[in-house]
Write a protein that binds this ligand. Structure first.
Ligand SMILES: Cc1cc2nc3c(=O)[nH]c(=O)nc-3n(C[C@H](O)[C@H](O)[C@H](O)COP(=O)(O)OP(=O)(O)OC[C@H]3O[C@@H](n4cnc5c(N)ncnc54)[C@H](O)[C@@H]3O)c2cc1C
Ligand SMILES: *[C@@H]1O[C@H](CO)[C@@H](O)[C@H](O)[C@H]1NC(C)=O
Ligand SMILES: *[C@@H]1O[C@H](CO)[C@@H](O)[C@H](O)[C@H]1NC(C)=O
Length: 411
């Protein structure tokens, strides 16, 4: 009854417009997809609820180019990470995007962790990661004198990049190929008219005053041929609002905040304590509180895993998550970091920033893979829904884009 009346109101009031490809979300994945589709000659419209691109998870991560070690062989994460890494290094070199292949050490800090390190080594080899090598403690400490470990896995393919420069470059290239960007524009839902998708679009400022309960009125109905839903944290909330989409195909959403602390200035960036990325054995929900470096040598530690419960749809639509870092979380960081960096001085960690992982598995459940659903899964022609694009989503972005273009347009 309610649904019918909503539909009647929509049909009467909101103007309709046609579009060829609509990409929902201008994060790293949406931007890579927009670039790829525009290079294939498609007319692309990118919608983002925020005032500009890359304001959500894509600017709140470790900026690490992952090698592809952790993920189950043949999973999308494993395949896209390895392929995406190669595409990314190539793209960054060609376009002058700041990046550095500094390599990474995953460390066992006690004998009980050695079997896990061996498992990671074997998994990495199965995934096709190049150059992996097991190091004795003495070899590892020669590379990193501040490090404590009993064994280490060296991954020379790992690196860091400036993700903002990468996104800027993707936006520029997509624009050159005719892509239109519409910011402050939120997709609030959709429906099917026969086989035809209809997206309900609203100005973000209209949504900002929404009470979360009354039916939302779209300002515009878009009738696209292709839709790629790369709305990150709000993808599941959005999918639920797409009438006609089989809700059984929508995975449950879980959110896990990851906070970072930076090493204070007294430790000069000109002589950073570490030159490589240093990672402990992964923990549930994340890769463990690790050392990453900015391209200017600033060291930071993180992210930890803090599950967030009861997230209302507006929070994910408008990205109203709490991103400030609680100073008291530092108490968990010192002991974690000192397992591999015993000389870390009291009082040297300062609150940095935080990001939110869009997860498909909750506390105590095994890690899930990326989920990319096309017509074969949900039955809607021309629609690709992306869910759970957590780490290594940045590394994988260009491989995901390649895959989606083939999915929609054929090889
Ligand atoms: C703490 C942390 C550390 C990480 N570290 C790494 C790493 O080192 N290396 C790596 O490879 N990956 C890492 N990742 C993963 C990586 O950051 C993400 O996979 C990637 O940024 C996801 O990009 P996205 O485009 O899917 O999503 P997002 O960047 O979240 O973009 C989604 C966009 O959609 C917009 N949007 C949302 N809802 C709507 C709507 N209804 N209508 C219109 N627009 C909407 C948002 O405004 C946003 O701009 C990390 C993630 C986290 C959380
Ligand atoms: C988007 O909204 C913000 C804040 O409401 C505003 O400052 C900005 O000018 C808008 N940007 C565009 C491109 O409309
Ligand atoms: C993607 O966004 C569209 C727009 O409303 C929505 O209809 C669709 O269900 C969403 N799908 C996912 C996976 O979020």
């Amino acid at each position: 009854m309610l649904r019918q009346s909503i539909e009647r109101v929509i049909k009467r009031n909101a103007p309709k417009e046609k579009a060829e490809c609509v990409v929902i979300g201008a994060g790293i994945v949406g931007l890579a997809v927009a670039r790829e589709l525009s290079l294939k000659g498609k007319e692309v419209l990118v919608l983002d609820s925020a005032p500009t691109f890359g304001t959500a998870t894509s600017s709140r991560n470790s900026q690490v180019i992952h090698a592809g070690i952790y993920y189950p062989p043949n999973s999308l994460k494993a395949r896209f990470c390895v392929r995406g890494r190669n595409l990314l290094y190539q793209y960054c070199s060609q376009r002058g995007i700041p990046h550095k292949q500094i390599g990474k050490l995953i460390v066992a800090t006690g004998p009980s962790e050695i079997p896990k390190l061996n498992q990671l080594f074997n998994r990495g080899i199965l995934n096709g990661v190049e150059g992996l090598r097991m190091l004795d403690a003495s070899e590892a400490i020669k590379m990193e004198p501040e490090l404590h470990c009993v064994k280490a896995l060296l991954s020379p393919a790992s690196g860091i990049l400036d993700s903002h420069s990468l996104m800027l470059s993707l936006v520029g290239e997509a624009e050159t190929k005719g892509t239109t960007f519409s910011y402050n524009t939120t997709v609030i839902g959709g429906h099917l008219e026969g086989n035809q998708m209809a997206l309900h679009v609203s100005e973000t400022k209209t949504l900002a005053n929404w009470d979360g309960n009354t039916p939302l009125q779209p300002d515009l109905i878009l009738i696209p041929k292709f839709v790629v839903n790369s709305s990150g944290l709000s993808a599941p909330a959005l999918a639920k609002r797409f009438r006609g989409l089989n809700t059984a195909t929508i995975p449950p959403a879980y959110y896990a905040r990851g906070s970072y602390f930076t090493l204070s200035n007294s430790n000069s960036t000109r002589h950073p304590s570490f030159k490589h990325l240093i990672y402990p054995i992964p923990e549930e929900g994340g890769l463990g509180v690790h050392v990453t470096l900015d391209l200017d040598g600033q060291l930071k530690f993180g992210p930890d895993v803090e599950w967030i419960h009861h997230v209302p749809d507006t929070t994910s639509f408008l990205n109203r998550f709490k991103y400030s870092v609680s100073a008291e979380r530092v108490l968990r960081f010192y002991p974690e970091i000192r397992k591999y960096y015993p000389n870390l001085k009291d009082g040297s960690l300062l609150p940095g920033y935080a990001g939110i992982r869009p997860k498909l598995s909750g506390p105590g459940q095994p890690a899930s893979d990326f989920v990319i659903q096309g017509e074969g899964i949900h039955g809607v022609s021309g629609l690709v829904n992306l869910f759970g694009i957590e780490s290594p989503g940045l590394t994988s972005s260009m491989a995901i884009a390649e895959y989606i273009a083939v999915m929609l347009l054929g090889g």
